[in-house]
Design a protein. Structure first.
Length: 344
């Protein structure tokens, strides 16, 4: 047998090894992101987590939906609101996990709906937040990320702000962790005006709302509770208050679940104010100071001059009913992280 013939089985075996490794590569990535023309799907450990909606005829503001726990429970209200039996339908602009504000140079980026709407007097003040470019989509073993550039448009279509957004999705056996890094660059002079209607927000699943104090709510029994880093419990002790983090937790189909939102210590006006409400709104808002303090002499507006930037960083964690001590520990990890792209 010549050397060339004897080496053929070896080459064949080597080729099989290479092919098997190439085939196995996708399974190594614990966080897998799949980009399509109008959305980017996120899977963690082979299970769907969320979808980032970035395009479409009626998309007026990008958002993440649904948000799932590690066990697969959907913790936010459906979109459009009212798809599920007994689900609330108020505030239809509370769609997914989103960023918007009720008064930016007089334009409303908070009450935007991603549905066809008939022209009205109010539509003349409604801005739009649209995708300019997806810079990168990365999958990985410990984390995956999306880098995107968005444009904040005035009602007549002129660009007002350029938003650079990075979202990092972390692999974890019990938690679902997303880091958000927002950089806003002013094209013209921009003022995020003082109003409670904002800003970085989601709407909890109806069953995770707080039980109403007096009247009986329609639909399913509510199981949720708001808790702040300072130990405040319930809407009266959380809404309009400042805190490093706020948690919204309850039971969903008999399973403990919660969503904690965290304000990075490097953010302007840290610790932030909160616009989280008992009816399911979970929202960070550093601008609505006069409303939160019920003092019209206060002004929480923030001005960005043309060409200048402002940056906000947040972490959102979907957890299986973590204790307050555990949440404090998770916040400490976030606050001390050298890079928000590092795995926790």
């Amino acid at each position: 047998m010549n050397a060339l013939a004897s080496s053929a089985p070896v080459r064949h075996l080597a080729l099989l090894v290479v092919l098997s490794l190439c085939t196995a590569l996708p399974t190594w990535a614990q966080v897998k992101l799949t980009q399509r023309p109008e959305q980017i799907a996120v899977e963690i450990d082979g299970k769907p987590f969320t979808v980032f909606y970035i395009g479409g005829t009626d998309l007026n503001r990008p958002y993440l939906h649904p948000l799932r726990s590690a066990s697969g429970k959907i913790v936010n209200r459906s979109f459009p609101a009212g798809q599920l039996p007994g689900e609330t339908t108020d505030h239809p602009h509370h769609a997914g996990l989103f960023y918007g504000h009720g008064d930016v140079n007089g334009y409303n980026y908070w009450a935007i709906q991603n549905v066809p709407t008939a022209p009205s007097k109010a539509s003349g003040t409604m801005g739009r937040i649209v995708l300019k470019e997806v810079v990168s989509v990365r999958s990985g073993k410990a984390s995956g990320s999306v880098d995107a550039i968005l444009t904040w448009l005035t009602p007549d279509g002129n660009p007002l702000l350029t938003e650079t957004r990075k979202m990092t999705f972390h692999a974890h056996p019990e938690l679902r962790i997303i880091d958000f890094d927002f950089d806003f660059a002013a094209i013209d002079k921009v003022v995020f005006r003082d109003t409670k209607e904002g800003t970085f927000a989601m709407r909890m699943a109806t069953v995770l709302e707080e039980p109403p104090p007096k009247e009986k709510a329609t639909g399913p029994s509510r199981t949720g509770k708001l808790v702040s880093a300072q130990g405040g419990e319930g809407e009266p002790n959380v809404w309009g208050k400042r805190s490093e983090w706020v948690d919204y937790s309850g039971q969903l189909d008999g399973e403990k679940v919660g969503v904690v939102m965290m304000d990075h210590p490097g953010n302007p006006r840290h610790p932030t104010y909160w616009h989280s409400r008992g009816y399911g709104l979970h929202s960070i808002n550093p601008f609505g100071v006069s409303d939160f303090l019920n003092d019209k002499t206060q002004n929480g507006s923030l001005t960005i001059e043309p060409g200048q930037h402002v940056r906000f960083r947040y972490r959102v964690i979907v957890h299986p009913g973590a204790s307050r001590a555990r949440l404090a520990e998770l916040y400490k990890q976030f606050a001390q992280a050298k890079s928000l792209s590092s795995n926790q």
